[in-house]
Write a protein that binds this ligand. Structure first.
Ligand code: ZN
Length: 166
């Protein structure tokens, strides 16, 4: 089952039907609570469809109202929450850890993970601290990873202190 199929199964668990069609204007995706339907723009790439579907499912999960063009602080906060949900759904911690040990550049990571750079930033800013404790707690991803890690010595020092590695 590919990523889009898994997301469609997830949508089904929320009793939501997903329509992929030609949307009006510049609309890429939307969630219509009263119809329990998510609409996705057909011209999006597979990765873009996955991102937008996961984001809209975040609104579904959090029971947000529909907001066509979010502008108030409350609406923008709900957008961030939906992205946080999408980041959890789309980015697997072990995969992130493996890639980040090779190259911590955000564009590289986003590309490899098939997510927008802005979603990777949400993941790193809002979710990574908790994730690191779990991910790097495994011995094979501990001290050994520093050998092939590209990081300046100051940042490495901070990471080592955080990990409790001498
Ligand atoms: Zn949204």
């Amino acid at each position: 089952m590919d990523r889009l199929e898994r997301l469609l199964v997830l949508a089904g668990q929320y009793d939501v039907v997903v329509y992929i069609s030609k949307l009006r204007g510049d609309l890429l995706a939307c969630w219509i609570p009263s119809m329990r339907r998510i609409f996705l723009e057909v011209r999006l790439t597979d990765d873009e469809q996955c991102y937008h579907l996961a984001h809209e499912l975040g609104h579904v999960h959090l029971e947000h109202p529909c907001a066509r063009t979010p502008s108030t602080p409350a609406e923008l906060d709900r957008e961030r929450q939906a992205d946080r949900f999408a980041a959890r759904v789309l980015i697997e911690a072990p995969t992130y850890a493996r890639l980040e040990a090779v190259n911590s550049d955000q564009h590289y990571l986003a590309d490899e993970l098939g997510v927008p750079v802005k979603l990777l930033r949400v993941y790193e800013e809002d979710l990574l601290t908790k994730v690191r404790g779990v991910t790097y707690a495994q011995p094979r991803e501990g001290v050994g990873q520093w050998a092939h890690r590209q990081m300046d010595s100051g940042a490495e020092e901070v990471m080592r202190q955080r990990l409790g590695v001498a």
